[in-house]
Design a protein around this ligand. Structure first.
Ligand SMILES: [Zn+2]
Ligand SMILES: [Zn+2]
Length: 341
């Protein structure tokens, strides 16, 4: 396609607010009337494989820079479409493989994306004039839509497939043409919908806390990470799901919140890899602890739901506020020596 060799492409969509790089790229391909794979081959050549990696997480400059230049989008805005914009905020440092703190895992097996890491709000997609996928939908602790106060979804309602909108017209043996980016790649059912799922809430205050947290992400408020809250929250998820601890803390917090003791996927499964249902459940338990961490953790410890050494085990970079809380417990076990009269 001749227009693609000129410095500016014929179609120069800019990213929508909070749009993911992959969503922007797929919209551009569709805008040019090309299959996603064809478009990528024309732009990046056959050697650079775009879709066998998590481009939103990696934010490769060979993609971002080209999209920025050819669409006339400021580079800062283009970089803002990648999950790297959460560097040093949702996670302390970037890593290209393995779980990345609070970023959902797509579980890439070649191009198939068998996981359920790409979430969406059916009503956001329904209301979009030009549907697109949001960056905040890849944040593992966001399980509800702040705008519509409904549950997000992590799979197609009709066939149960995970979301892989880039495969809607891959031109690949398992890719089918789909009219919209918001159609399930596997069965073609629309992901956009007016009907939504009500939020299951164990405690309205917990939900408010989580809602404020997701709003702070949407607004780009990085204050939370400076306080180390993201790391502490993540450590709570480890304590709550550890089989090694016999899930005692999980059972204890469920009991305190009168929440059902959901049976969680076994094994060393990070919260970023868990399904939406499990994350939504776990996030409410984590939020309940975080809302009043010192007394709630202390009471859990006194009830023998968590052991002292586990509160610090494998928790590198534990923030000073958290260390102080845990230190105070050790003082409780060692009452001060009686001063001889
Ligand atoms: Zn929504
Ligand atoms: Zn489907």
């Amino acid at each position: 396609m001749r227009g693609l060799t000129s410095s500016l492409w014929p179609i120069r969509y800019k990213p929508h607010p909070d749009e993911l790089l992959s969503s922007w790229l797929v919209r551009l391909a569709r805008g040019h009337g090309l299959r996603v794979q064809t478009f990528c081959n024309l732009i990046f050549g056959n050697q650079l494989q775009v879709w066998n990696r998590d481009i939103d997480r990696l934010g490769p400059s060979w993609i971002v820079d080209v999209l920025s230049e050819r669409t006339g989008t400021p580079i800062k805005v283009a970089r803002g479409t990648t999950l790297r914009s959460y560097d040093g905020w949702l996670y302390p440092y970037f890593r290209s493989s393995g779980p990345l703190q609070w970023i959902t895992t797509l579980q890439m097996f070649h191009r198939t994306r068998q996981g359920f890491g790409m979430q969406y709000c059916p009503l956001c997609l329904y209301e979009d004039e030009d549907p697109f996928f949001r960056k905040a939908w890849r944040v593992a602790f966001i399980t509800t839509c702040h705008k519509h106060q409904c549950m997000l979804r992590d799979r197609c309602r009709e066939c149960g497939a995970g979301v892989a909108f880039h495969r809607g017209d891959m031109g690949h043996f398992d890719g089918q043409h789909r009219d919209s980016i918001a159609d399930c790649y596997a069965c073609g059912a629309g992901l956009a919908s007016e009907s939504v799922d009500a939020i299951e809430a164990y405690d309205p205050k917990v939900l408010d806390w989580l809602s404020d947290l997701s709003l702070s992400v949407m607004n780009g408020n990085s204050k939370l990470q400076r306080a180390g809250s993201m790391d502490v929250m993540r450590h709570m998820s480890v304590l709550l799901t550890s089989r090694f601890l016999n899930l005692k803390l999980h059972n204890y917090v469920c009991n305190m919140l009168s929440a059902p003791e959901m049976s969680l996927a076994r094994g060393r499964v990070s919260i970023e890899t868990r399904t939406l249902v499990e994350r939504h459940h776990l996030m409410q338990l984590i939020a309940w602890l975080m809302m009043d961490l010192q007394p709630r953790l202390r009471n859990a410890w006194l009830a023998k739901a968590v052991r002292y050494n586990h509160m610090l085990k494998d928790f590198e970079r534990a923030p000073s506020g958290y260390l102080k809380i845990v230190d105070d417990f050790s003082n409780l076990t060692c009452p001060p020596l009686a001063v001889p009269s």
